[in-house]
Ligand binder design. Sequence first.
Ligand code: AMP
Length: 126
Amino acid sequence: MGYEYDDQNIFAKILRGEIPCDKVLETEHSLAFRDIRPQAPVHVLVIPKGAYVTHDHFALEASDAEIADFTRALGQVCKLLGVQPGEGGSGYRLISNSGDDGVQEVPHLHVHIMSGRMLGRMVSPG
Ligand code: AMP
């Protein structure tokens, strides 16, 4: 099977500069921007620039440089947002929805960083 990447997805268009985003951070291999429909006072998406559909796709097929860059970008965004619990921030949640059960809307890997309110239990009862 394997993954087929749809280069017409909305995040691919953001990466090509075809539609704007509210950028928080850009690195060599990653981009972070604010979610257009925030579900918390702080809601930022971090995406790799490469054509990866899900987190497992990225974790298994991305280069070490891309993975290091993405992981560091997540940390840098948490720092920029002031949410680091170890630095006086109120904490945050990372979410990476994948596929049907994960209810993934956009088929380009993204990690949600959400903070600024008590986020409740980890998943809804269903
Ligand atoms: P997911 O359900 O995990 O695939 O989440 C996709 C997220 O992308 C949702 O939270 C949307 O609000 C967000 N989103 C969709 N289009 C845009 C856009 N143009 N700019 C920023 N965020 C977007």
